[in-house]
Design a protein around this ligand. Structure first.
Ligand SMILES: Cc1cc2nc3c(=O)[nH]c(=O)nc-3n(C[C@H](O)[C@H](O)[C@H](O)COP(=O)(O)OP(=O)(O)OC[C@H]3O[C@@H](n4cnc5c(N)ncnc54)[C@H](O)[C@@H]3O)c2cc1C
Length: 443
C-alpha cells in the first residue's frame, strides 16, 4: 500500500552555537545528491540517530546504513545543549525532578544504559569531547530551593541512590561564588562538550554507515516494501527507516501529535583571562543544575569559559526570532552577573536556542510506526542519556531483538494530545511563564 509522510519543519540557525564555534572548522560535508539505495536510513544526526546508526551497524555488519542530517552534525540541537548525561530522575515538569519510586528506578536503569553505551564508544574510539565522570551539583539559592533539594534527596534515598550535602561555603569552594546556599552532589552524572561528542560519534561510525549532512528529508513515500526519501538534490531508497528527528517530528504529516517543541537557550562567555580566573577561584571544571527545574544551569568549563542556560519558550514553528535570542541573552547576562559579580568584564560571547521535545505527560514515541518505519522521538528534556538509550534500543528493536529495556520503552505512554492551536499556544506558554515566575531567585 502506498503512503506518504511530509516533513513540515526544518532546523533553522537559532543563534550561534558556542560549542560549535569553539571547535576547529568541520571537514566538508557529504550531502545527498542523485539516487542511492541502502538497507536502512536513519533520519536525524542528533544523539538518538547517531546511536541508532551505530547500533544497527554493530548488529548488522553486512547491512548498508545511511545517516542523514539536515544541518551539520554537532551544530544542531544535540550539539547545542549543556552537556549533562543525567543518570538520575530528572522530570523537569515536576517541582523537584522526581516521580514515583518505580518510575524513578526505571528512568535510572534506562539512562545509565544509554550513558554506558556512549561512554564505551567514546573510550573505544578515543573521541576528544572532554568526557567527564565528575558528577553534578544541584544547588539552591534560598529556603524554597533547599526544600526542593531535600525532597529530591528523599526521593534518591527511596531508590538507594547516594548523594552528598554541601553547605554554603563548601559549594562556594567548588564554584567560586557565594551565590548558592546549599547543594546536593550526585556522583553518577557525566558531562561533555556536546558538539565535539556529536562530531566524534559521526566521524567514528562503523564502516557500513555513510553519513550525509546538510541533507534534509523533505518527504517519504512508501511503495510496497520500499521507502523513498526525497531530498532537495536527490533521493534515497531503503528497506527500513528509523526516524530520530525529535522535536521536528511534532508536525509530521501536518498533524499535531502531542509533541511540544519547547525552546531553551544558552550563552557561553568568552575565555577568561588569568586574572579573572584567579578572581573567580573554585574548581576549574564543574557542572551545576538549579534546585528548581526552571532555574539556571551553569557549567564552568576547563577551557575557562562559563556556560549558562535558562528560559523556555514554546515555539511550534521550530524557530526563534531575534527578539527571543535578545531576551535570552538579557536573562543570561542577569543570571551571570548575579552569580559572578567578580567577573563584571566577562561578556557572553555566543547565545543560542534549541528545541526540546516535551509532552504534557512525559510521553514519547518509540517503536514501529508503520511497516518498516521505526521511530525514537521525544526527549522530554533529557535527550543525552535517554536519546542514547532510545537510539541504541530502537536499532535492536528494528532488528527483531527484545529485552527488558525495549519493553520499558514500548510501554511508555504516547504523548498526550493537546487542544488545537491557538488554545494550545496560550496554555503551554502560560504554564511555562508561571513555572518560570515561580522559579524566581533560582533564575
Ligand atoms: C540549550 C539546551 C540545553 C540542553 N541541555 C541538556 C543537557 O544538559 N542534557 C540533556 O540530556 N539534554 C539537554 N538538552 C536537550 C537535548 O539537546 C536534546 O534532548 C537532544 O538533542 C535530543 O537528541 P535527539 O537526537 O533525540 O534529537 P535532536 O538533537 O533534536 O536531533 C534531531 C536531528 O534531526 C535533524 N532533522 C530534523 N528534521 C530533519 C529532516 N527532515 N531531515 C534530516 N534531519 C532532520 C535535526 O537537524 C537534528 O539534528 C538541552 C537542549 C538545549 C537546547
Amino acid at each position: 500500500m502506498a503512503s506518504k509522510l511530509d516533513f513540515m519543519r526544518f532546523p533553522a540557525p537559532d543563534g550561534v552555537n558556542g560549542w560549535w564555534e569553539s571547535m576547529p572548522p568541520a571537514a566538508p560535508a557529504r550531502s545527498v545528491t542523485g539516487e542511492a539505495r541502502f538497507d536502512f536510513v536513519v533520519v536525524g544526526g542528533g544523539i538518538t540517530g547517531l546511536c541508532a546508526a551505530r547500533r544497527l551497524a554493530e548488529l548488522a555488519p553486512d547491512a548498508s546504513i545511511a545517516l542523514v542530517e539536515a544541518d551539520r552534525i554537532g551544530r544542531s540541537t544535540a550539539g547545542r545543549n549543556s552537556g549533562f548525561f543525567v543518570d538520575l530522575p530528572h522530570d523537569i515538569s515536576s517541582e523537584s525532578y522526581s516521580r514515583s519510586v518505580e518510575a524513578d528506578k526505571a528512568d535510572v536503569r534506562l539512562q545509565r544504559h544509554g550513558i554506558g553505551y556512549v561512554r564505551d564508544t567514546v573510550k573505544a574510539n578515543g573521541i576528544d569531547c572532554d568526557w567527564r565522570d565528575d558528577g553534578k551539583y544541584h544547588a539552591s539559592v534560598n529556603k524554597k530551593g533547599h526544600a526542593a533539594l531535600t525532597h529530591f534527596a528523599d526521593g534518591l534515598a527511596r531508590i538507594d541512590e547516594p548523594c552528598e550535602w554541601l553547605d554554603e561555603s563548601a559549594i562556594a569552594s567548588v564554584t567560586g561564588t557565594r551565590f548558592y546556599q546549599s547543594a546536593l552532589f550526585t556522583p553518577g552524572c557525566s558531562t561533555v562538550q556536546p558538539a565535539a561528542l556529536m562530531r566524534g560519534l559521526a566521524a567514528t561510525q562503523p564502516s557500513n554507515v555513510m553519513v550525509f549532512e546538510l541533507s534534509a528529508v523533505k518527504g517519504m513515500e512508501t511503495r510496497g516494501p520500499t521507502k523513498r526519501l526525497n531530498f532537495a538534490n536527490g533521493a534515497i531508497e531503503a528497506k527500513r527507516v528509523v526516524l530520530c528527528t525529535n522535536a521536528y517530528a511534532a508536525t509530521f504529516g501536518g498533524h499535531p501529535n502531542g509533541l511540544l517543541p519547547v525552546y531553551t537557550f544558552a550563552s557561553m562567555s568568552r575565555v577568561m583571562t588569568d586574572n579573572e580566573i584567579a578572581r573567580l577561584g573554585g574548581m576549574n571544571s564543574w557542572a551545576l543544575i538549579p534546585a528548581d527545574p526552571m532555574g539556571t544551569t551553569v557549567r564552568r568549563l576547563a577551557t575557562n569559559r562559563i556556560c549558562v542556560r535558562n528560559h523556555f519558550a514554546f515555539r511550534p514553528n521550530l524557530s526563534v526570532s531575534d527578539g527571543d535570542l535578545a531576551k535570552a541573552k538579557h536573562l543570561h547576562q542577569r543570571s551571570f552577573d548575579r552569580r559572578f559579580p567578580m567577573l563584571d568584564e566577562v561578556e557572553l560571547q555566543h547565545t543560542w536556542g534549541g528545541a526540546l521535545c516535551l509532552s504534557a505527560n512525559n510521553g514519547a514515541l518509540f517503536g514501529q510506526r508503520e511497516d518498516g518505519v521505526f521511530e525514537a522521538v521525544g526527549c522530554n528534556g533529557l535527550g543525552l542519556s535517554r536519546g542514547s538509550a532510545a537510539g541504541k534500543l530502537i536499532a535492536e528493536h528494528a532488528l527483531g531483538q527484545s529485552n527488558e529495556l525495549i519493553d520499558q520503552l514500548l510501554k511508555q505512554p504516547h504523548p498526550r494530545s493537546l487542544p488545537m492551536r491557538p488554545i494550545a499556544d496560550v496554555a503551554v506558554s502560560a504554564a511555562i511563564w508561571m513555572k518560570e515566575f515561580s522559579a524566581g531567585a533560582e533564575l
